[in-house]
Design a protein around this ligand. Sequence first.
Ligand code: SF4
Length: 270
Amino acid sequence: MTPVIDADYHPWPRDHFSVSQLSCYLQCPLKYKFKYLVGFEPFFTPGALVFGSAFHSTIEFFFQQWKKGEKVPLETLIGVFRADWQSMKTTKPVLKIPNATEEDLLTKAETMLGVFVENAKPEIVVSTEERFTVDLKNPESGEPLPIPLEGVIDRIEEGETIVEFKTAARSYSQADVDRNLQCTAYAFAWRELHGKMPKKLILECITKAKTPKFGRIETTRTIDDLAWFWTLVMDVLDAIAAGAFPANPSHFCPSCEFAHYCEGYRYGRL
Ligand code: SF4
């Protein structure tokens, strides 16, 4: 059952596996190979990724300052977002989001931050950006996989509650959240760390619509869900160990930062 990983052939994921790697492989195995195995430099950073990262670090700042006793005003948060946006822009070219100018996006971020401040409950936040490294053991049999799972939980709230925060084009449905891989992975990690399941998992989202909507959808996970996750990880590791990296062309291709290398794959040059 345990996948055979040839460490010499696969320098990655020799040291750890993560939900980002798992999601990338499931989206397009060839992109996974370019990004994590070969280590190609991406040609640009997708605009949506820059937007999401800047938003995440801004609200992280909001919660950190609250912990220190300071309620940061909206104007300051807008300044933090703009500064993050500019600094990410200088490290690599940003791929434009279709039909949106940079100023449109910055204005949208300001509206979204206003919605966030109206709805945030910093008084129940226990910690933010919690890094973890846990063994990938089958939750039923204890069978281990040969590398650990690493990740970062956006927020932990009172009552053993894990919160994953997203900016998204549309609201999430209950079914989306019940199947969300990140929520399952964080429940898996929590059980490894605390010996029990988290009481609640929440996916919190602000939409990028003209009138942004704030939502918090609750879900839970069972041992069966964790066993399912473990089996999925094992299957993906098996596929990686077998050198299975087929291209999976999809609607993600126009924003794929490795599309340039993909040309070479199509014509047999990689
Ligand atoms: S361009 Fe599409 S098929 Fe090619 S690596 Fe990127 S996501 Fe995969």
